[in-house]
Design a protein around this ligand. Structure first.
Ligand SMILES: [Zn+2]
Length: 235
């Protein structure tokens, strides 16, 4: 019997021999990262996640604990980690410059356009060009399961989003269903300028799948899915 699957990956990123990535399933914990054959030499970089638009560029392992929601690097041996339970984890990959980013996209970071902040750091530091970038949207709570209050819609509206494209009405008064993936797709393809065919999605809902953790379903659980991306060290 083979071991149960620990994390999901996508073929479009698996083709790069210099890259590792995964969207963790329930039961895959931080302690399991170094036990994975391809990950034993990496050092995991974690943040105190704030639901902000703060992104850090790293050229070495950070000396102190970072507080923010995005990490960008072109340095080998760093494993960028995003913890989620309903929020959307996003990876950006620049194959031309061998640079990567990992971003924690909850609704607050999304309306604050954290993906735009991450891309700007990649452009400044590595000369990344949007037409060459690949983006992967991991599992998150999907629109039909994600009812939110009017304050959420107001924030997106104030930030200039086309709210008709990302919110659906609810039968409950003053409630809406938010499409977190769509909102971030609008940033990637619209504001940043990625090619739509270079944006990939994992078709899974954290609330509907027992293989994933959901903050809403699991009564505000402390458990988190471990999502990671990094550049391998060459021998
Ligand atoms: Zn669902």
């Amino acid at each position: 019997m083979s071991a149960p699957k620990q994390y999901l990956s996508i073929p479009e990123l698996d083709i790069f021999p210099w890259l590792v990535h995964g969207f963790g399933l329930a039961g895959f914990d931080l302690e399991d990262l170094p036990k994975e054959p391809g990950l034993s030499r990496f050092r995991a970089v974690l943040m105190k996640q704030l639901h902000s638009a703060r992104v850090f560029w790293l050229d070495r392992f950070p000396e102190s604990r970072l507080a923010g929601d995005g990490l960008v690097t072109a340095s080998a041996g760093l494993l960028l980690v995003i913890k989620t339970a309903d929020c959307l984890p996003v990876f950006l990959v620049d194959p031309e410059n061998r640079a990567v980013a990992a971003i924690h996209c909850g609704w607050r970071s999304t309306w604050q356009k954290i993906l735009v902040s991450a891309f700007e750091l990649m452009r400044e530091n590595f000369g990344s060009r949007p037409e060459n970038l690949l983006a992967t949207l991991g599992p998150c709570i999907e629109q039909k399961c994600y009812e939110v209050g009017p304050e959420v819609l107001e924030n997106f509206k104030a930030a200039g989003f086309d709210t008709a494209k990302i919110f659906a009405p609810s039968n409950n008064k003053d409630k809406f269903y938010l499409d977190l993936k769509k909102a971030n797709r609008l940033l990637l393809a619209g504001e940043i300028g990625l090619r739509p065919e270079n944006i990939y999605e994992m078709p899974a809902c954290t609330l509907c799948s027992k293989d994933l953790y959901s903050y809403r379903r699991d009564r505000q659980t402390e458990r988190r899915l471990i999502n990671f991306i990094g550049i391998k060290e060459t021998d």
